[in-house]
Design a protein around this ligand. Structure first.
Ligand SMILES: O=P(O)(O)OC[C@H]1O[C@H](O)[C@H](O)[C@@H](O)[C@@H]1O
Length: 573
C-alpha cells in the first residue's frame, strides 16, 4: 500500500473527523506517516488493536466504522435480522468507539443492544448468550497502555470469533471503503426505530446469580466469608462494581478498595501499564496491606478479564504470584473441593494453553482427571467448552492461561476476573481456615509436585521492521533448528505453523491437531522447555521458559541460567 497516497486521501477527504484531520496536518516525521498508512489496521481473530490516532493503521472512528461495516455485512449475509450486544471498558475513546459501532450496525439494520456504561469483557460474553444475540463487540485493549484501544468480536456462543469467521469478516472489511462504504445512523434515530436498545440491570443480576453458583464450598463461605480481609484494586477499570457486588453478595464484608485506583480513568494515572502482571500496579495496594494486614490482595485489569494476586512472602515483603501459580493453586483447589463434595469425575477436564506451565498435569493425574492443551488465546479454551458441550465426552471444570486469565463455569466463554475473584476469595478462605496463606499453600504444592518455575521474556519490536524481524527469527529457528541448549539435547520440536511434532531423538514425526500458528516449542531431554511466538496483541516477540528445579533456590538458579542459554540459542540479547 502506498502510504503517501493514503495519507493524502485522509488529508483531503471531507468525511475525516476534524480532530483527526488536524492531527494529520501536524505530522512531519516521514517514518511516523509511513507507519500510520503503510497498511490497514489488521483485523484478526482478536479483532482490532492499535494506537488511538489518525491513520488507516490506527484505532479511530473511521477504522472502527470500516471494521463494523464489514461485520454488519457478514452478519446480514448469514442472518435476515441479526442482533448484536456491545460493551466497552474505561479506556479513552472506548465509549466513542462503542457508539460508532452501534451507529454503523443500526444503519445496516442490525439490532443493537448497547451497555449504557462500562462493563467487563466477560460480561459481554455472558450477555451474548443471555440475550441470544448473533454476535458481540467489546471495545477494549485489555491491559495495554493508555495509547491503545481495541475491538474484539464475539460469536453467538459467547466466544471470541474463530479464525475462519475472522477471515470472512476481513474480506468484507477489505471490500469496504473507509469513508464512502460505511453507513451510519444517529443513535437517537436508531433508538426511535427500535434498532438500538440499552441493556438493563436485569442482565447484570442474571450474571451475578450465575457467578454465585460457581462457589464450591458454599457452607464455608456462608459461615466464614465475613472474616476474610481483602484488599482489591480495579486499576481504574471496569471491575470495581461487578467484583465488589459479587464479594458483597457472598458475604465478604471486609473489602478495602484502593481509593486512588477505584474510579474508571482511561489515562490510568497511577498505573501507566495497567497489567496485573506488573508489580508496579500493586504498589498502592501493598502500602495499604502493610497497615491493615489483609488475608488476600488482588487486582483486575481495565476490562476485568485478567486478575493478579499478591501474597505476603515474609514479614516485610510481598510478591505478585505469576499467572501460572494462580492457575496451579486454583486447579488444585477446585479439584480438591470437587472431590470433597463428591462432584469429581473422570470427565473433569482442565484446559490450558501450550505456553502455560505443565505443573497442572501431575496435579490432575493425582485427582484422576484430565488436562488439554490449546494454542495461546482464551478463544481456544472457549472453543473447547463448546466442543465439550457438543460431544459430552469431557466436563469443563477450569480453564486458564499463564497470562492471568481464568474461567470456570460454562455461561461465560472468555476469561473472567469476576469469576476468578470469587474463586480466589473462596480458596483464600479455605486455606485461612487451615492456618495457611496462599503463598504457603503454593509451597506445599511445589513440595508435592516439583518446583516448576516459568518466565516470560518480551522483546519489544515496533512497527513494520519489528514484524519482519520476528518473522525472520522464527524462520531461522525453523530452518536451522537448534539441537541443544548448553549441552542438553532438544528432544522434541513442535512447529505449530507446520503442525508437526518432531522427536529429535528417534527421528519420528507426528501431526499436531491444532489450528496453525507461527509458534515453535522446544522441549529438552530434562523436561525444561521454551517457546517462541509473536504476540498477537502487542508489538513484541515472546519467549516463554519453563523449568523444574530440585527446590525453590535451585529452581531460581536453573531458570536464570536457562534464560541466558535460550537467549543465546535464539540469538537475542
Ligand atoms: O498474543 P499475546 O499478546 O501474547 O496475548 C495473548 C492474549 O491475548 C488476549 O489478551 C487474549 O484474550 C488472551 O486470551 C491471550 O492470552
Amino acid at each position: 500500500m502506498d502510504f503517501k497516497q493514503g495519507y493524502n486521501r485522509w488529508l483531503t477527504e471531507e468525511k475525516v473527523e476534524a480532530g483527526l484531520k488536524a492531527e494529520l496536518e501536524q505530522l512531519t516525521d516521514e517514518k511516523e506517516i509511513e507507519d500510520r498508512f503503510y497498511k490497514n489496521l489488521e483485523f484478526g481473530t482478536g479483532g482490532l488493536r492499535g494506537k488511538i490516532a489518525a491513520g488507516s493503521n490506527r484505532m479511530n472512528v473511521h477504522t472502527v466504522g470500516k471494521a463494523t461495516q464489514g461485520l454488519a455485512t457478514y452478519l446480514l449475509k448469514h442472518k435476515k435480522q441479526p442482533s448484536i450486544a456491545i460493551a466497552y471498558d474505561s479506556r479513552n475513546m472506548s465509549k466513542e468507539f462503542a457508539d460508532t459501532a452501534a451507529s454503523v450496525l443500526a444503519a445496516n439494520g442490525v439490532k443493537v443492544f448497547l451497555y449504557p456504561s462500562l462493563r467487563p469483557t466477560p460480561m459481554l460474553s455472558y450477555t451474548v448468550r443471555h440475550l441470544e444475540t448473533d454476535a458481540g463487540i467489546v471495545i477494549t485493549a485489555s491491559h495495554n497502555p493508555k495509547i491503545y484501544n481495541g475491538y474484539k468480536v464475539y460469536g453467538n456462543d459467547g466466544g471470541q470469533i474463530t479464525d475462519e469467521v475472522a477471515k470472512e469478516i476481513l474480506n468484507f472489511i477489505d471490500e469496504t471503503d473507509v469513508f464512502d462504504g460505511v453507513h451510519t445512523m444517529c443513535l437517537k434515530e436508531a433508538e426511535e426505530k427500535g434498532l438500538l436498545e440499552y441493556i438493563t440491570e436485569e442482565v447484570d443480576k442474571a450474571y451475578y446469580n450465575k457467578v454465585a453458583t460457581l462457589c464450591i464450598r458454599k457452607d464455608l463461605i456462608k459461615e466464614k466469608a465475613s472474616g476474610l480481609k481483602i484488599i482489591y484494586t480495579p486499576i481504574h477499570g471496569s471491575g470495581n462494581i461487578p467484583v465488589r457486588t459479587m464479594l458483597k453478595k457472598l458475604g465478604y464484608e471486609q473489602v478495602d478498595v484502593v481509593k486512588e485506583q477505584e474510579l474508571p480513568d482511561g489515562n490510568f494515572p497511577t498505573a501507566p501499564y495497567p497489567n496485573p502482571e506488573d508489580k508496579a500496579v500493586f504498589e498502592l495496594a501493598i502500602e495499604m496491606a502493610k497497615q491493615t494486614e489483609p488475608d488476600l490482595i488482588f487486582g483486575t485489569d481495565p476490562d476485568c478479564d485478567r486478575i493478579g494476586v499478591v501474597v505476603k512472602e515474609s514479614a516485610t515483603s510481598y510478591k505478585v504470584l505469576t499467572g501460572n501459580q494462580v492457575g496451579i493453586l486454583l486447579s488444585d483447589y477446585i479439584l480438591n473441593a470437587r472431590r470433597e463434595m463428591g462432584l469429581l469425575s473422570e470427565q473433569d477436564t482442565i484446559v490450558k494453553t501450550i505456553v502455560t506451565s505443565d505443573m497442572v498435569k501431575p496435579i490432575a493425574a493425582h485427582y484422576g482427571t484430565q488436562v488439554m492443551d490449546v494454542l495461546t488465546g482464551f478463544k481456544y479454551i472457549g472453543e473447547k467448552i463448546k466442543e465439550f458441550g457438543e460431544t459430552g465426552a469431557n466436563n469443563f471444570v477450569f480453564g486458564y492461561e499463564e497470562s492471568y486469565g481464568y474461567l470456570s463455569g460454562e455461561f461465560v466463554r472468555d476469561k473472567d476476573a469476576v469469576i476468578a475473584s470469587v474463586l480466589i476469595a473462596e480458596m483464600a478462605l479455605y486455606y485461612k481456615e487451615q492456618g495457611k496463606n496462599l503463598y504457603e499453600a503454593l509451597e506445599d504444592l511445589f513440595q508435592q509436585y516439583g518446583y516448576y518455575r516459568e518466565d516470560l521474556i518480551s522483546v519489544e519490536m515496533e512497527g513494520k521492521d519489528g514484524q519482519e524481524k520476528i518473522a525472520a527469527i522464527l524462520s531461522a529457528l525453523r530452518d536451522n533448528t537448534p539441537v541443544d541448549v548448553n549441552g542438553v539435547k532438544i528432544a522434541t520440536v513442535e512447529d505449530y505453523k507446520l503442525s508437526t511434532r518432531y522427536n529429535c531423538l528417534e527421528g519420528t514425526q507426528e501431526t499436531i491437531y491444532l489450528p496453525t500458528s507461527n509458534v515453535m516449542k522446544f522441549i529438552l531431554e530434562d523436561g525444561n522447555w521454551f517457546v517462541v511466538r509473536p504476540s498477537g496483541t502487542e508489538p513484541k516477540m515472546k519467549i516463554y521458559l519453563s523449568i523444574i528445579g530440585k527446590d525453590l533456590e535451585d529452581a531460581n538458579v536453573v531458570l536464570n541460567n536457562f534464560k541466558k542459554q535460550v537467549l543465546a540459542v535464539i540469538g537475542v540479547n
